[in-house]
Design a protein around this ligand. Structure first.
Ligand code: C2E
Ligand code: MG
Ligand code: MG
Length: 689
């Protein structure tokens, strides 16, 4: 019985009723049989009973389980001997034999008490059904008057008794199908096709046992041979099926079996109104292991990973290998995303400890995607695809674990809607720039502004760049956005310069701009059109993407530097660029990411990291800007560490053009004495999140 849940003897579901029936009625029959059993029965029957009973016990230890998939009504070889006892001596000895054989077999196989209770009842009731057929057919037999031979006319009731046994047995097992996520009929018909042949093969031997036991009991053990043949055939077919459904290397369920399990878990979840989770994971840099240490090491790694995964989940969860370095985990009962995230965290943790391969310690990182049902879909295909999308997001953004999010699904209609909408937004002029000042940390003079793009959406209000720039980057739309931003920023700067605010504007460009377009050409043309010198523009690029294709990016940066346009390395400290790369890069400035700056505000924070970044940048002759300066404390600490420039809410929030103009004119033209950096300015940049 694949009983996941602890049965209740008081419930009234089909599951509970089947349980109660098997336990109360089945065990009632056992008690009756034992009370009816007389010592004389045993002595009357003699050797044949000893042999039949002995072989029944032996058979119980080796049930003919034709399949691992259909846990449940595996046919035991002992059934042939129990039926022989039924035909020979009648109901009482047969029941006593069946009950004790199962009891001994299950105890020796260390089965759960509940399961033993149920199984004894289940088989005893099935035998009782066969006995019922004999009673109806008017067949009488007992220890005192045993049946020792068969006639052609007996075939009818013999076959009918097998049928009754088989159908009742399957029916009772199907009554507990709910625990495996199936309906009664699904379970019954599945098992019917699966077990009918092997059950009948075993039962077919029973009349021969009867005849042999009465005429030459010494021959009875020989009948074990055909029974063993049935067992072996079933075992071979089970092995074949196992191979078809399991991964040869790790012995974990493969994609096919996972799909089957997800399907039945979905059916169960739908019926019980619970949710389920599907986790997909992919090892990062597995190819490196294969390439550097060879395939045997790669295989060894996968085996260890498989073991750790199994250790990290609960017993009811399914860990499967989908192929290559891709694994999946099915969580059959998840109500809240946090539950699945917690399991994903445990999985990540279990792989965090380095792996020892051929004497080398290897770190293996993993990207995990989670999809949940019913939120993200209620069929296998969709769930797998969505978990896959989430996994790629986790990999691409190096976040480790991601739950599926439509907004980041390249295939989702909503997202395609956004791409189209974004393209339209460009055409309709819905994108606008806000400006945030950068000020000198020592005297507060304004040294420039950064232009930050926003989307003024007719329904959703002001949308922040993080919500659409990544999408634009993936679709190539970012080139058009960059072209717009450069032009709009220079329009604004031209205006400011005319008003006497001669400061440069910094524009964020994406890596794709550096790699795929003639950015230098665009910049040169725009500067020309606005009659501005190259010093009016600064380009900011993020560090994290630089590592991907430094060659082309470096060439573009050189062209820009030759033009006289300075570049700045944004979000410094969050990416992977090596110090060597930084030395080669023609940048004039780095911007320390705000995650580092934020830590300066924490009590007892150790600013060593920020201090060394500053020292190191200065060593290369670069200017240092601190992003996200929100407090006076951070301001002071940064100034004491010789940081050059600050940008952040402490100075001003990003402001729309007119407000920024007012702010700048006040500080740069009218009152440079009122130092910008020494007063905090509340912003008006309200962004819809
Ligand atoms: P970034 O270039 O690092 O921009 C700084 C971000 O920090 C801005 O967020 C700004 O509003 C925010 N910020 C400034 N001061 C503070 C502070 O004191 N505390 C905190 N918590 N945050 C502060 P925003 O405007 O949402 O921009 C996010 C990112 O979007 C930018 O990060 C930039 O990478 C990207 N982005 C913005 N505009 C453009 C653009 O025109 N083109 C491209 N390709 N990317 C852009
Ligand atoms: Mg920036
Ligand atoms: Mg930044």
């Amino acid at each position: 019985m694949g009983t996941r849940e602890r049965p209740s003897l008081w419930g009234f579901s089909l599951f509970a009723l089947t349980w109660q029936f098997c336990v109360w009625f089945g065990w009632g029959l056992v008690v009756l049989a034992v009370l009816n059993l007389r010592a004389t029965d045993i002595t009357v029957i003699g050797w044949p009973l000893v042999v039949v009973a002995g072989l029944a016990f032996l058979g119980e230890l080796r049930p003919v389980i034709a399949s691992n998939v259909y846990v449940g009504s595996g046919v035991a070889i002992s059934t042939a001997f129990v039926f022989a006892a039924l035909y020979l001596w009648g109901f009482t000895p047969a029941i006593a034999l069946q009950a004790t054989a199962i009891l001994v077999g299950e105890i020796m196989n260390r089965k759960d008490v509940w399961r033993i209770l149920f199984n004894v009842g289940q088989y005893v009731i099935s035998i009782a059904a066969a006995w019922g057929v004999l009673v109806v057919a008017g067949v009488t037999t007992s220890a005192a008057a045993p049946r020792t031979e068969f006639h052609g006319t007996d075939a009818g009731w013999v076959l009918a008794s097998w049928g009754a046994y088989h159908l009742v047995n399957l029916g009772l097992v199907a009554g507990t199908a709910a625990s495996g996520g199936q309906t009664w009929w699904e379970s019954f018909s599945d098992d019917f096709w699966y077990y009918t042949f092997s059950t009948l093969s075993v039962l077919a031997v029973s009349p021969f046992i009867v005849v042999m036991a009465s005429q030459a009991w010494q021959f009875v053990p020989l009948l074990l041979l055909p029974l063993m043949a049935v067992y072996l055939t079933a075992a071979v077919s089970r092995d074949k099926e196992r191979q078809a459904l399991h991964d040869a290397l790790t012995d974990l369920p493969n994609r096919t079996l996972l799909q089957q399990r997800v399907e039945s878990a979905l059916a169960g979840a739908r019926r019980d109104g619970v949710g389920l989770g599907l986790i997909l994971l992919d090892l990062d840099r597995f190819k490196e292991v294969n390439d550097t240490l060879g395939h045997p090491a790669g295989d060894a790694l996968l085996e260890v990973v498989a073991r750790r995964l199994v250790g990290a989940v609960r017993p009811g969860d399914t860990v499967a290998r989908l192929g290559g370095d891709e694994f999946a985990v099915l969580l059959p009962d998840v109500d809240h995303p946090t539950d699945a995230i917690e399991v994903a965290g445990r999985i990540k943790q279990s792989l965090a400890e380095p792996f020892r391969l051929e004497g080398v310690l290897m770190d293996v990182d993993v990207s995990i995607g989670i999809a949940l049902s019913p939120q993200h879909g209620d069929d296998v295909e969709v769930l797998m695809r969505r978990a896959d999308v989430a996994m790629y997001v986790a990999k691409g953004e190096q976040t480790g674990i991601e739950v599926y999010d439509v907004a980041r699904d390249p295939n989702s209609p909503t997202r395609l809607g956004t791409v189209t909408a974004l393209r339209e937004a460009l055409d309709l002029g819905q994108l606008e720039l806000h400006y945030q000042p950068k000020v000198n940390l020592v005297d507060g003079t304004v040294v420039g502004v950064e232009a930050l793009v926003r989307w003024r959406h007719p329904e959703r209000g002001l949308i922040p760049p993080d919500d659409f720039i990544p999408l634009a980057e993936r679709t190539g739309l970012v080139h058009r956005i960059t072209a717009f931003v450069v032009k709009a920023a220079l329009d604004q700067v031209e205006e400011w310069w005319k008003q006497g605010v001669q400061i440069p504007v910094a524009v964020n460009v994406s890596m794709r701009d550096l790699q795929e377009t003639d950015l230098a050409g665009l910049v040169a043309a725009e500067l020309d059109a606005h009659h501005l010198p190259p010093s009016a523009l600064v380009l900011e690029l993020t560090e994290s993407v630089l590592a991907q294709d430094p060659g082309r990016a470096v060439a573009t940066l050189r062209e820009l530097a030759d033009l006289g346009v300075l570049s700045s390395l944004d979000d410094f400290g969050t990416g992977y660029s090596s110090l060597l790369l930084l030395e080669r890069l023609p940048v004039a400035e780095i911007k320390i990411d705000r995650s580092f700056v934020r830590r300066l505000d924490e009590a007892g924070a150790d600013p060593a990291m920020v201090r060394s970044i500053i020292g190191f940048a200065h060593g290369l002759g670069l200017s240092v800007v601190a992003e996200g300066v929100e407090t006076s404390l951070a301001w002071k600490v940064l100034r004491d560490m010789d940081c050059d420039v600050a940008q952040g809410y402490r100075v001003a929030r990003p402001m729309p053009a007119d407000q920024a103009t007012q702010w700048l004119v006040e500080r740069v033209v009218r009152g440079p004495a009122e130092r910008a950096g020494l007063r905090a300015v509340g912003g008006t940049d309200h962004i819809a999140r």
